[in-house]
Write a protein that binds this ligand. Structure first.
Ligand code: ATP
Ligand code: MG
Length: 257
């Protein structure tokens, strides 16, 4: 089953073609990673899929339904939830509150309802609380429920963002560089969590620079370079693709050398 289909998706910024006619099927099962050099168009692709940036051309089909150009909250309500490249938590709220807010933030009444908590939200509170604690435990933050987001170490803030996104019960979870700033042990834990999210039936679409994470976590890897899709396939095949080595891995390895 295809969860997400992109047809000729294109975004121009003035004379720059940030995403250039990308066509892609994302299977409902498993983890798909989008990789590519800085500026390749990965975040812009995510922004178009999630409704934050309107495409210049092309279509986004979610479970066969054309969602192109819909506002972000309607796309989120449909079950497509994304995180951002930079941490976006409510720093003054506890970990538990951040996750509980996520339940409403992406879907029903939006941010206002999430914070003002009208009657229907309050009635749901016990259930939301229980579910939020489950999600904190799921990402390994079970003992951090009452801790303010602001004082959590960076790696735990990133996990908290994932828990918050899961609170909306997404069918498709899109993560923009979730391993950025994580150490090796945190990255391995993140890989495990992403695999388990996929095993529970949520499609995961991931932007990532961390190659070990991509290679161990993704079922399918898509490579963007200058906005174009230059390769797609199993991680090992993509890693061995000369065009990819030239465009991306070669450059990254040269930079590390
Ligand atoms: N709002 C914007 N206005 C103008 N140009 C933009 C805008 N957003 C992105 N771009 C340009 O589009 C290109 C793709 O940017 P994008 O952020 O999608 O790349 P990326 O692959 O996510 O890069 P990174 O790995 O650094 O996060 C870049 O050249 C960027 O400068
Ligand atoms: Mg980006």
């Amino acid at each position: 089953m295809i969860r997400l289909r992109l047809e000729g998706l294109t975004r121009r910024f003035g004379g720059l073609v940030a995403v250039d006619s990308v066509t892609l099927d994302v299977a409902a099962e498993g983890v798909t990673a989008v990789i590519g050099p800085n500026g390749a168009g990965k975040t812009t692709l995510f922004n178009m899929i999630s409704g934050f940036v309107p495409p210049s051309a092309g279509r986004v089909l979610f479970e066969g339904e054309d969602i192109t150009g819909r506002p972000p909250e309607r796309i989120a309500a449909r079950g497509l939830i994304r995180t951002f490249q930079l941490v976006q938590l409510f720093q003054n709220l506890s970990a538990l509150e951040n996750v509980a807010v996520g339940r409403h933030l992406h879907t029903r009444g939006g941010l206002w309802a999430a914070l003002a908590r009208p009657g229907w939200a309050r009635r749901e509170e016990a259930e939301v609380d229980r579910r939020a604690r489950d999600l904190l435990a799921f990402v390994g933050l079970g003992d951090r429920a009452e801790t303010s987001a602001a004082v959590l170490p960076y790696g735990q803030q990133r996990l908290l963002e994932i828990a918050r996104a899961l609170a909306a019960e997404p069918k498709l979870l899109m993560l923009d560089e979730p391993a950025a700033g994580l150490n090796a042990a945190e990255t391995r834990a993140l890989s495990e969590i992403i695999r388990r999210i996929a095993e529970r039936g949520t499609t995961v679409l991931l932007i990532e620079h961390d190659m070990p994470l991509v290679m161990t976590t993704a079922d399918t890897v898509v490579v963007l370079d200058f906005g174009r899709k230059i390769a797609e396939g199993a991680p090992a095949a993509v890693r061995a693709d000369p065009a990819v080595i030239e465009a991306y891995l070669g450059g990254a390895e040269a930079a590390h050398a």
